[in-house]
Design a protein around this ligand. Structure first.
Ligand code: NAD
Length: 396
């Protein structure tokens, strides 16, 4: 259930290993493209695999579920309102498969979910189908692949599998063993749910520490990149790199699934979210101040190059990107200054007119590095420009 960035590659890899797959998605265009062997997501090497499994009949897509022996929920889990987790997609997908469930079936949630979601879905299933109580297997198995490297990671990463009982854990392990070569670690559903949230919160907290150091160092007149490099020479210290915030739909989202349910206990996780959000706001203020200073000094408005929109280097994913937020903030208050927006991994954007990175760098008075894309590292440091390097392009 769900043929997106995670569901579709999982379906393809399982089909490639001989499992008969019905890929279900409520988006008819996704279903149509999948059946035509056209990959609607960007994932290197995956389209050829899709064509193979569609041609061999191992995978077909549909807008509604069909009778199967195992059901996997791989639908979005965004947040709503004041950072409250939204499990309505998981519930809708679950309700859609309930009429098809039969004794001995396996039901697994892969979507990143707040603690207790698997139990909640089990209650929904058993309310609708009380005769299935203790006769089906229910488990949670989170995904931790890196988009761009999914073919390798889906097979080789270790996975955590937590059933509502040990029979469910074993049944899920039996399924994943068909294509996972990494170790399958057994636990219970609540621990598995929390494990996924912990992994992403841990990254968020560690990045927040680096971002906090960058704020302190800016005030103290210390180069944060040099500082972290030196501190990391300690054999037991490993500080991450600061940036202009934290983005993407995992690290910037999942910690809220903990803070929403455990507000009193999750102080550090909550502060990390705040620090990482604040860093983007701080960067926007820095750019605005640099623009004002330039105008006072030169009696004209500066040309500003905003370098990068993606949330991390060398990808085209702009979801929850702090860089995009900073560009929007600067543009709102730019007072007719010319802002050149650069994102070399995207051809067109529906809000920003994009400029080639070399042209923008050449023509700008103020250059703001927001995302450390590789091509930016080829640009020489220029003393005649004001350079705001928020992502360590030059580290000097
Ligand atoms: N993308 C990642 O890198 C990543 C990594 C780890 C975990 N996750 C988690 O995996 C889950 C899925 O993420 P994704 O990136 O694949 O999302 P996505 O948005 O790429 O895909 C989700 C798909 O589900 C479909 N869908 C929605 N409701 C449905 C329903 N009721 N029935 C059938 N299909 C339905 C949508 O049309 C969409 O095609 C999320 O919980 C996410 O947090 C994602």
């Amino acid at each position: 259930m769900g043929l997106g960035y995670i569901g579709l590659p999982t379906a393809i890899i399982a089909a490639k290993h001989g499992v008969d797959i019905v890929g279900v998605d409520i988006n008819p265009s996704v279903v149509e493209q999948t059946n035509a062997g056209h990959l609607h997501i960007i994932e290197p090497g995956m389209e050829e695999m899709l064509q193979d499994v569609v041609k061999s009949g191992k995978l077909h897509a549909s807008t509604s579920p069909e009778v199967a022996d195992a059901y996997f929920m791989v639908v979005p889990t965004p947040f709503k309102g004041d950072h409250e987790p939204d499990v309505s997609y998981v519930e809708a997908a679950t309700r859609a498969v309930i009429p098809f469930l039969k004794e001995g079936d396996l039901y697994v949630i892969e979507s990143t979910s707040p603690i207790g979601t698997t139990e909640m879905m089990a209650n929904i299933i058993y309310n609708e189908r009380p005769e299935l109580k203790d006769k089906i297997f229910i488990a949670y198995c989170p995904e931790r692949v890196l988009p761009g490297n999914v073919i390798y990671e889906l097979v080789h990463n270790d996975r955590v599998i937590g059933g509502l009982n040990s029979a469910s854990t074993e049944k899920a392990i039996e399924f994943y063993s068909q294509f996972v070569k990494g170790t399958l670690h057994k636990t219970n559903a609540r621990t598995a749910e929390m494990c996924k949230l912990t992994e992403n919160s841990s990254r968020d907290v560690q990045i927040a520490f680096a971002n906090e150091l960058s704020l302190i160092c800016d005030k103290a007149g210390i180069n944060v990149w040099e500082l972290i490099n030196l501190a990391n020479k300690h054999p037991r210290v490993n500080i991450l790199q600061p940036g202009c915030g934290v983005g993407g739909h995992c690290i910037a989202v999942d910690p809220y699934f903990i803070t929403a349910d455990f507000p009193a206990e999750s102080k550090l996780i909550s502060d990390a979210r705040e620090i990482n959000n604040y860093k983007a706001f701080w960067c926007a203020e820095k750019v605005k101040n640099a623009m004002l200073e330039f105008e006072l000094k030169h009696h004209r408005k500066p040309v500003v190059a905003m370098m990068g929109l993606a949330f991390k280097p060398n990808i085209d994913d702009l979801r929850e990107s702090p860089a995009k937020h900073i560009v929007a903030k600067v543009m709102q208050s730019c007072n007719n200054a010319e802002i050149l927006v650069v994102e070399p991994n995207v051809k067109e954007h529906n809000v920003f007119k994009l400029t080639d990175y070399k042209d923008a760098y050449e023509n700008a008075d103020i250059v703001v590095f927001l995302t450390a894309h590789d091509p930016f590292r080829t640009l020489p440091w220029r003393e005649d420009k004001v350079i705001l390097d928020f992502c360590g392009i030059y580290k000097k």
